[in-house]
Design a protein. Structure first.
Length: 171
C-alpha cells in the first residue's frame, strides 16, 4: 500500500467506527504503541472533522502486559500509557497489524485495569491471519495472506517519514 491507499483505507475505517459506535458521544479512540498510536490519531482527526466532534484519545503501551515478558529481557523499554475515562464508553483499540492476537489480549488486559468500557471494538489497518488466540478485528483496513516466516511492515510518516505497507516474504 502507498500513502494514497492508506489514506483511503483510513477514511473508510473512520466512517465504519462512527457507524458501529452509533455516533461519537461515548467514543474513545486508543492506539497501541507504536504505530497504532499514529493511526489512531489520524482516525480521531478524520472523525472529528467529519462529525464536528472532539472525541477522547489515548495510548497504550502493552509491554508490561505481554505474556512473553521474560523473553523481552530484565529491563524492558516501557512507553507511555495515557487513557481518558473508559467507564461506560465505547472504546476503539487501534493497531497497525493483527497477527497472533497476543498484543490485543495484552491491550484488553491493560484497558481492564483502567476502567470498564461499555463496549470495545478492535480496529486494525492490516489483518494478516495466523491467530493463536480467539481474537477477531471488528474494523479491518485490508486482509492479507502471509506465511509464518513473512513480515508485514507498516510505515507511518510521523515516525518513519512515509506512509507504506509492505509484505516481506520469509525465506
Amino acid at each position: 500500500m502507498d500513502d494514497r491507499a492508506i489514506a483511503r483505507c483510513l477514511a473508510r475505517m473512520a466512517s465504519e467506527i462512527v457507524e458501529r459506535a452509533r455516533g461519537t458521544e461515548q467514543l474513545v479512540i486508543v492506539g497501541i504503541q507504536r504505530r497504532g498510536v499514529e493511526l489512531a490519531a489520524r482516525l480521531k482527526r478524520l472523525i472529528d472533522d467529519a462529525e464536528s466532534s472532539h472525541i477522547a484519545f489515548g495510548k497504550l503501551d502493552i509491554t508490561l502486559y505481554r505474556d512473553d515478558l521474560q523473553a523481552v529481557g530484565p529491563r524492558p523499554m516501557v512507553g507511555e500509557t495515557t487513557l481518558p475515562e473508559l467507564d461506560g464508553k465505547i472504546v476503539v483499540i487501534v493497531d497497525d497489524v493483527l497477527y497472533t492476537g497476543r498484543t490485543v489480549r495484552a491491550a484488553l488486559d491493560e484497558c481492564a485495569d483502567f476502567g470498564r468500557p461499555r463496549r470495545i471494538l478492535l480496529c486494525v489497518l492490516i489483518d494478516r491471519g495466523g491467530r493463536e488466540l480467539p481474537i477477531q478485528a471488528d474494523i479491518i483496513g485490508v486482509t492479507v495472506s502471509t506465511g509464518a516466516g513473512d513480515r508485514v511492515d507498516v510505515l507511518v510518516r510521523e515516525r518513519d517519514g512515509e506512509d507504506a505497507v509492505a509484505i516481506v516474504r520469509g525465506t
